[in-house]
Write a protein of this length. Structure first.
Length: 560
C-alpha cells in the first residue's frame, strides 16, 4: 500500500466514517418507478448493509469467496457491494447487457458462490447463463427471479451486524472483468489499497467534496463508474443519484443537477444534437456572440441539459472530436478528456481544466509514470493503481507487464514536450494491405466518427488493395434513410465526408468505400462489447468474405 493510501481511506473504513460523522446526510436518491423517488441517509443505508452482511456471514462461505452482482445501477447495487466486502468476500460485477453465454463464462470462471440479481431489462434472455443451483438474492426493482430470496425479506429477518470488520489494503476487493474487445473477458484483480490510492490521486484533479452530486448511469460494472461514483462517494461523502431509464434520463439528470458529470463521447454528441434540433447551429453561434443574450442562451441550454451546476465535466472511453469540445466550451463547459483502463483502475491521464489540448488525453495523474516503448510505440505506465493481475491467468498476467514492472497498455501513443499524451492507435490493431503497407485503423475511425450520422465504425481490409470502413448509422440517420430522398441526401453527405477524410490520409490508408450495415450492432449479436466498443474479430468473421464484392461495385457508399 502506498503511503498516501492511509488505512482510513480504505472503503470499509470510509463507510464507518460516514455512518458516524454524517448519519443523517442523504447519500442515495433512487427512482423506484411510478413516480416514486426514495432517499437513504448514511445511517439508513449502512443499516441495510449491516443486515445483509450479517446474512452473508451466516452462510458460512470461506473468507474471500466471490459473490457476483448482475444488475443495472441502483442504490441497492452499491449496498450489496458494501455488504459483500463487510462480510469478508470479493465482489464480481457483471454488465447488465451481457449475453447468457458471457454470464455463464464469468460466473464459472470466477467461481462465484452467490449471485445478486437486480434491475435488468434482459433477464429473460440472461437467466439461462446462471449455473444450476447457484443461490440467488433478488434486489428491489429486480424482475421476477425464480428461486431467489428477496433483499427486503432477508433484511426483515436478520439483525444488523454489530461489529465493524475491516479489510487490509492488500486484500482482494473485486474482480472486474474486461469487456472482451480482444477476446474472452479477463478478471482484473484489484485490492482495497489499489482503489484507495487511485481515488486519492484522482481527486486531486476532480473537485468532489461532501456537497457534490453525481448521477450514476454508466454501468457500475465498468471501472470508470466504479471509481468515480462508488469510490468517489466513499472518499468524499457526496450524494449519488440514479437514473431510472433512457426515457426518463432528462428528468433524472435534472433531478440530480450534478456537480461532476462524466460521459462517453456518444452521449455528449447526442446532447449536442438535441440542442441543435431546437436551435440551429448558425443561429446559436450568432446569439452567443451577443453580450447579454449570449449569457442567457448559455444558461438556458445548460439548464435544459441538467448541466448548469457542473463544475467538472469529463469524457472518456473514446476520443472527443475537437469540434465537439469547442462547441461545449462556447457554452462555458470545459470538458476534460480522461484516459485509463481496467488494469490501472482507470487512472492514467487527463487533460486539465482551463487548459484544453484537443486530440490529447493530457498528463499523468500524481504518482503515475508513463513511457513510450521505443520499438513499438506502445504506451506503458506504472503506479500504485495497477492491478494485482488477471484472476487464474498467470501467463497472461506475466505477458501484460514488462520485466521491470510497467503495464503494457496495448495502446500506441506519443508524448509532447509538455507531457501531454496523444493516443495514435492499438499495437495489435495494425493490419497490412495487399500492397504490403501497414494501416492503423483507430485514427481513421476517429475522423470518420465526426460525421453526425455515424454511430460506430470499423476500418478493416487486411490483404485488400485499399482499406474500407463498415458503418452503423445512428437511429435518426437510419430513419431518414428509410425514404428514397433521405437516403440519397445521406449517401451524398457520407460520400463527401469520405472524400474529406481521405484527403487527410496517406495514399495507402485511403478508404475505397463506406459500407453501411442494415442490422444494428449490439451486445446481443456480439459485435459490440458491453462498453460499446467494436469487436474487430467479430466484424471479420461476419463480413470479410464480402469485402472484394463491395469494393468491386465502384461505389463510395455501399448499402447492405
Amino acid at each position: 500500500m502506498a503511503s498516501s493510501a492511509l488505512p482510513e481511506t480504505l472503503a470499509l473504513q470510509r463507510i464507518y466514517h460516514w455512518e458516524r460523522q454524517a448519519p443523517d446526510k442523504t447519500v442515495f436518491t433512487q427512482p423506484m418507478g411510478g413516480g416514486v423517488v426514495r432517499e437513504w441517509t448514511w445511517k439508513q443505508a449502512v443499516e441495510e448493509v449491516r443486515r445483509m452482511a450479517a446474512y452473508l456471514m451466516g452462510l458460512g462461505l470461506p473468507a474471500g469467496s466471490r459473490i457476483a452482482l448482475l444488475a443495472k445501477n441502483s442504490a441497492h447495487w452499491m449496498m450489496a457491494d458494501w455488504a459483500i466486502w463487510m462480510a469478508g468476500h470479493v465482489s464480481v460485477p457483471l454488465y447488465p447487457t451481457l449475453a447468457a453465454n458471457s454470464v455463464r463464462q464469468i460466473l464459472e470462471h470466477s467461481e462465484s458462490r452467490l449471485l445478486f440479481v437486480g434491475k435488468l431489462d434482459l433477464w429473460h434472455s440472461m437467466k439461462s447463463g446462471v449455473p444450476e443451483g447457484l443461490p440467488l438474492i433478488a434486489l428491489p426493482l429486480a424482475p421476477p427471479v425464480d428461486g431467489a430470496r428477496s433483499w427486503d425479506d432477508i433484511l426483515a429477518r436478520t439483525p444488523p451486524l454489530a461489529d465493524s470488520p475491516v479489510r487490509d489494503a492488500d486484500e482482494l476487493c473485486s474482480l472486474i472483468y474486461t469487456s472482451g474487445t480482444t477476446g474472452t473477458p479477463k478478471g482484473v484483480m484489484h485490492s482495497f489499497g489499489t482503489f484507495a490510492w487511485s481515488i486519492s490521486s484522482g481527486l486531486k484533479r476532480v473537485p468532489l467534496d461532501s456537497s457534490g452530486r453525481m448521477l450514476s448511469y454508466l454501468p457500475l460494472a465498468h471501472v470508470a463508474e466504479r471509481m468515480l461514483v462508488e469510490h468517489g462517494l466513499l472518499a468524499t461523502g457526496m450524494q449519488a443519484f440514479f437514473a431510472e431509464s433512457l426515457d426518463t434520463f432528462v428528468s433524472d439528470i435534472q433531478r440530480a443537477r450534478p456537480t461532476v458529470f462524466f460521459s462517453v463521447p456518444r452521449l455528449w454528441v447526442k446532447f449536442q444534437q438535441g440542442v441543435q434540433a431546437k436551435l440551429p447551429p448558425a443561429k446559436m453561434a450568432l446569439l452567443l456572440k451577443l453580450p447579454v443574450i449570449g449569457g442567457i442562451v448559455r444558461k438556458k441550454v445548460l439548464s435544459g441539459l441538467g448541466l448548469d451546476q457542473v463544475q467538472f465535466a469529463a469524457g472518456g472511453a473514446a476520443p472527443m472530436p475537437p469540434a465537439l469540445l469547442h462547441w461545449y466550451r462556447s457554452l462555458g463547459l470545459d470538458i476534460v478528456e480522461v484516459y485509463g483502463m481496467t488494469e490501472n483502475c482507470g487512472l492514467s491521464h487527463s487533460t486539465l481544466r482551463g487548459k484544453p489540448r484537443p486530440g490529447s488525453v493530457g498528463t499523468t495523474y500524481d504518482g503515475v509514470s508513463c513511457r513510450i516503448e521505443a520499438g513499438s510505440g506502445e504506451i506503458q505506465m506504472k503506479g500504485d493503481c495497477l492491478m494485482l493481475g488477471y484472476y487464474k491467468n498467470p501467463e497472461v498476467t506475466a505477458a501484460t507487464f514488462t520485466a521491470d514492472g510497467w503495464l503494457k497498455t496495448g495502446d500506441k501513443g506519443t508524448v509532447d514536450a509538455e507531457g501531454n499524451l496523444t493516443i495514435t492507435g492499438r499495437v495489435k490493431d495494425l493490419f497490412k494491405t495487399g500492397k504490403g503497407k501497414y494501416v492503423a485503423p483507430a485514427p481513421i475511425e476517429n475522423r470518420l466518427s465526426t460525421h453526425p450520422a455515424i454511430e460506430a465504425c470499423c476500418v478493416t481490409g487486411a490483404n485488400l488493395g485499399q482499406p474500407l470502413a463498415l458503418l452503423m448509422l445512428n437511429p435518426e440517420a437510419t430513419a431518414k434513410a428509410a425514404s428514397a430522398g433521405g437516403r440519397s441526401a445521406l449517401e451524398a453527405s457520407l460520400a463527401e465526408h469520405l472524400d474529406a477524410v481521405n484527403a487527410q490520409l496517406d495514399p495507402h490508408e485511403q478508404l475505397d468505400c463506406l459500407v453501411i450495415t442494415a442490422e444494428p450492432w449490439s451486445v446481443d449479436n456480439e459485435i459490440l462489447t458491453p462498453t460499446m466498443k467494436v469487436k474487430r474479430n467479430r466484424i471479420e468473421d461476419l463480413f470479410a468474405r464480402n469485402y472484394d464484392r463491395w469494393v468491386g461495385t465502384g461505389k463510395k457508399v455501399v448499402w447492405i
